[in-house]
Ligand binder design. Structure first.
Ligand code: HPA
Ligand code: ZN
Length: 324
């Protein structure tokens, strides 16, 4: 990307590692692992990425993840993402992973975790990129299954900074996971949750009041509630916004209608993130570039968004201070 402003150092705070599976790697791993795909070429995979809403994406995304089988596959996936970070000058990243997507297929929790962390360590050593991991519970599955996943994570507490909540939002409100989050907090995990992507403001207030989250993932529906926006400003609860994702999943019809700069100018701690970049048309700088094209974002706003990304991160205070 030739724009010098886009080379500002930044942090990414909303990124599903399974959502960085590019069609080329999907094909390669399908062949290696003898997994059959309903596509016969990389182009055919890309062609299939036409979504009408969150669920239509999730169906394809979970099917694609089936090519990830052994530890080295998770390392390849994560390493490829870190190389993208390097290109976009993402110097710190907080990565979501969905263990249930894999354990349901008979892949061990440890295989997933150690595959990812091998790449993260190499990213720190060779690329100078720091990282944290956040375990997401799949909200379309039961509370009991989430609790079981939390149990599996306990021996690896030192490698996982937080817990989150993703997958189908509508019909799976925060209260379904209140007990799981209470226990995760007791165990020292930092809570975050997807809320207010497709769901209305009650999903955001539920995440705040019942799950005690420190950040809201997406959260763009807060614009419909002035009192909630006041609270988010006052309590400095960041929103990890994902502009290209919101267009692809039809949360907004066009980028020109996206509310991210309105929320920023209203004083909310909004950040820019890529969510599932292999599926939504690009990594973090492509998100900034699309905003620049359609939203008349100026350099000051871009700079503020980069600063917000570090402020909203779970980096240690001295590391935060270094980047701000
Ligand atoms: N929303 C909910 N679940 C998800 C997403 C998302 O944007 N990406 C991956 N899982
Ligand atoms: Zn997400």
């Amino acid at each position: 990307m030739e724009d010098a402003m886009l080379q500002l150092p930044k942090a990414e705070l909303h990124l599903h590692i399974e959502g960085t599976l590019e069609p080329e790697l999907m094909m390669e791993l399908a062949q290696k692992n003898h997994v059959s795909l309903p596509y016969d070429s990389v182009d055919a995979i890309r062609q299939a990425y036409q979504f009408t809403d969150l669920q239509s994406f999730l169906d394809i995304y979970y099917a694609g993840a089936a090519v990830l089988q052994d530890e080295s596959d998770f390392t390849s996936l994560t390493w490829a993402y870190l190389l993208k970070c390097k290109e976009d000058n993402v110097v710190h990243t907080e990565i979501f992973f969905d263990p249930q997507t894999h354990t349901a297929r008979g892949i061990a929790f440890e295989t997933v975790l150690s595959g990812i962390t091998t790449a993260l360590k190499r990213g720190e050593d060779e690329l100078g990129i720091s990282s944290k991991l956040i375990l997401c519970f799949l909200r379309h599955l039961s509370e009991e299954e989430a609790m079981k996943t939390l149990d599996q994570a306990l021996p690896y507490k030192d490698q996982i900074i937080g817990v989150g909540l993703d997958s189908s939002e509508l019909g799976n409100p925060p209260e379904k996971f209140q007990r799981v989050f209470a226990r995760a907090i007791e165990e020292g995990f930092i809570p975050v949750a997807h809320a207010g992507e497709e769901g209305d403001v009650s999903y955001i207030t539920g995440a705040l009041n019942l799950l005690h989250v420190k950040r809201i993932d997406h959260g763009v529906q807060c614009i419909h509630d002035e009192a909630l926006m006041d609270r988010l400003v006052k309590e400095r609860i960041p929103l990890t916004v994902c502009p290209l994702s919101n267009i692809k999943l039809r949360v907004f019809d066009t980028m020109a209608e996206h509310n991210i700069l309105q929320l920023l100018d209203r004083g909310l701690a909004v950040t820019v993130n890529s969510d599932d970049p292999a599926y939504f048309g690009g990594y973090i700088n492509e998100n900034f570039a699309a905003m620049r094209r359609s939203l008349r974002m100026n350099d000051q706003q871009l700079k503020q968004l980069a600063i917000n990304s570090f402020e909203a991160s779970f980096l240690e205070p001295e590391k935060k201070a270094y980047w701000i």
